[in-house]
Design a protein around this ligand. Sequence first.
Ligand code: HEM
Length: 422
Amino acid sequence: MPTPAAPPTVALDEIDLSDMEFWTGPRDVREAAFRTLRDTPGFIHFDERVIEDSPFPPGAGYLALTRHADIWAVSRNPTLFCSGQGSNIGDLPQEMNEFFGSMINMDDPKHYRLRSIVSKGFTPKEVARVEEMIVDKARTIIDRLEESFPDRTCDFVEHVAAALPLEIICDMMGIPPEDYARVLAWTNTILGVGDPEFVTSYEELMAHSLEMFVYAQALGEDRRASPRDDITSVLMAAEVDGEQLTPQEFGSFFILLVVAGNETTRTAISHGMKALTDHPDQRALLQADFATHARTAVEEIVRYATPVIHFRRTATEDTEIDGHPVAADTKVVMFYNSGNRDERVFDDPDRFDVTRPLQPAQVGFGAGGPHFCLGANLARREISVMFEALLDHLPNMRIVDEPVYLQSNFINGIKRMQCAWD
Ligand code: HEM
């Protein structure tokens, strides 16, 4: 039997996480580079690059956090490592951070106030209400496939993975079906920064964000005046300490929610189908007893895919991480993709294993702390319901070509990937 090729190794001085070519290059080289970073004591500083077309100059660079334990520690210490100066690598003026990122770019007490209000849209009761809708939509998506593609092949990303999260979040928010395509185009632009297929200029990004904001404000105002059975109405009516969301706050939250709720779950479902195709033994296990393996399989899909590659924090004072000094104002970037492959924590981390124990926890939804993904339970249900329906109704659906990946250092997205079934 031929011996499998040894994984590549990458020397520290060959690694530049700020170089887009690093993110568009071979994936095994990227994994090897993160292995080198994890094995290097302390934290490596990377310079920031000029972003073509952007009016904002590059910042002072950042330290890369690549080990699970360091990501865990920083994520759970918002006093020393704040989000209010931005949660992406580049610096934006404060108003723009809040406009684009809403509460993901805020610290307490602002963050607490907003999160308390919007959590009312994600209570177990609200998620249970959506449960039935998720099951129905998954079934409809599969029926549509059978009707629309008599030759039994189609783009999995567009017709399966993207459809479910988009329709669920739009439905939850009270967006009418005729607007779904617009919402999808807006979110593609916002998270497609860096990929010329989606964003051709900084102006285009701003124009789409503004359109989305205006749309959301109008939706919020409408539901405040005449509430319906959707979470926009719940959010517009909710109060914390006698205060309601302003239409502007709702507009920004809408951008965060729709973007965060769409692309991430779509990415997890796409990588999940690819992983199940590439690992027929794991697929057989899941198919044989879905109920037993569903929980661990969903967590493993999110770990293996790590749809969100990183988020940033900023040190609020001179401090240290794992005994290494970190000066005040230093940006620290938590590379969740690397934390999820940390061999100090996960046994054989490159293996896709639908029975992998839930502890130690994977960090795909964040590593805990006040910003932990608000939609994690919703996303888990969507992934679980979609795979249960697919394995049940189209039991041999498989990916039949190589994925076309999004060019991004932020979302581990797949743009296109053909599937087939018999
Ligand atoms: C597989 C799917 C998803 C992944 C991998 C994911 C990942 C993440 C990550 C990494 C964070 C940042 C955590 C931190 O900084 O500590 C986050 C925050 C957030 N996510 Fe998700 N997410 C997913 C699905 C969703 C869905 C479906 C929604 C809503 C419908 C959602 C809404 C949010 C919101 C609102 C935040 C900001 C929370 C805050 O700042 O307090 N996400 N998500």
